[in-house]
Design a protein around this ligand. Structure first.
Ligand code: ADP
Ligand code: TYD
Length: 205
C-alpha cells in the first residue's frame, strides 16, 4: 500500500517516564550526523489534525473503544500525510511513539481485545511497521518516581502503578514476538550508559 519507502522509520516506546524524551534529541543528532534528512514527530499528533486529537486524548474522559479509534484516526492521518511522504523522498522519520503504544496502552493497559485493535491496524496501516523500535524499559515504580519530579500528569499519567505494569508487560511481550524490530533498552541505567547502547543499535541500521 502507498508510495515506495527509501528512508528508515524509527520509533521510541516505553511507559510514561521511561526516558524517551530525554534521548530523542540525542538520537536525532546521531542520525543527522550521517547527513540524511530527518523528520522528528510524535503520536498521538504529528499533523495539525493529529495534534487536535492529541489534546482530546490527553485531557477528555472517554470510553476505551473511543480512545482506541481516535488513536488510529490520528495515526491514519499521520502515516498518509507525513510519514509515508517523508520516507518516499528518502528522509528518515523518528517518531516518539507509534502503533506499539496502542498494543501496550489500549490492549495491555485498558484491556481491549487484541482482535479489535488488529482490525483497525489492518485497515489503517496494512502491515506498515517501523524499521527499528527502541523500547525504553523500566519498572512502573521507577517510571513513576521519574514522572513525579518532572511534570503535571495528563489523563494517562494519572493511572495507577498496576496500569503501567500491564503496559510494560504488553510492550515486553511484543518485543519477544518481534525481536528483530523491537530492541529493548534497559532504561533503569544512567543516561550515559543508555547512550552507549543507542550508538550501537543505530550503527546496526
Ligand atoms: P518519557 O519521555 O519517557 O515520558 P522523560 O524523558 O520525560 O520520559 O523522563 C522523565 C524524567 O526522568 C525526566 O526528568 C528525566 O530527566 C528523567 N530521566 C530520564 N532518563 C533518566 C535516567 N536514565 N536516569 C535518571 N533520570 C532519568
Ligand atoms: P507521550 O507523548 O509519550 O506523553 P509524554 O510526552 O507526556 O510522555 O504520549 C502521550 C500519551 O498517550 C502516553 O501516556 C501514552 C498514550 N498513548 C496511548 O495510550 N496509545 C497510543 O497509541 C499512543 C501513541 C499514545
Amino acid at each position: 500500500m502507498g508510495s515506495p519507502r527509501c528512508g528508515k522509520f524509527i520509533t521510541l516506546e516505553g511507559v510514561d517516564g521511561a526516558g524517551k524524551s530525554t534521548h530523542l534529541d540525542y538520537i536525532a543528532d546521531r542520525i543527522r550526523a550521517r547527513g540524511v534528512e530527518l523528520v522528528v514527530t510524535r503520536e498521538p499528533g504529528g499533523t495539525p489534525l493529529g495534534e487536535k486529537l492529541r489534546a482530546l486524548l490527553l485531557n477528555d474522559s472517554m470510553q476505551p473503544d473511543t480512545e482506541l479509534m481516535l488513536m488510529y484516526a490520528a495515526r491514519a492521518e499521520h502515516v498518509a500525510a507525513l510519514i509515508r511522504p517523508a520516507l518516499a523522498r528518502g528522509a528518515w522519520v523518528l517518531s516518539d511513539r507509534f502503533s506499539d503504544a496502542s498494543h501496550a496502552y489500549q490492549c495491555g493497559g485498558r484491556g481491549i481485545d487484541a482482535g479489535r485493535l488488529q482490525a483497525l491496524e489492518d485497515w489503517t496501516l496494512a502491515g506498515f511497521k517501523p524499521d527499528l523500535t527502541l523500547l525504553f524499559d523500566v519498572s512502573a515504580e521507577v517510571a513513576e518516581s521519574r514522572r513525579s519530579l518532572a511534570r503535571t500528569a495528563d489523563r494517562f499519567e494519572q493511572e495507577q502503578a498496576a496500569f503501567f505494569t500491564r503496559v510494560r508487560d504488553a510492550y515486553l511481550q511484543r518485543a519477544r514476538s518481534e525481536p528483530g524490530r523491537i530492541r529493548v533498552v534497559d532504561a533503569s541505567r544512567s543516561i550515559e550508559a543508555i547512550r552507549g547502547e543507542l550508538d550501537r543499535l543505530l550503527e546496526g541500521l
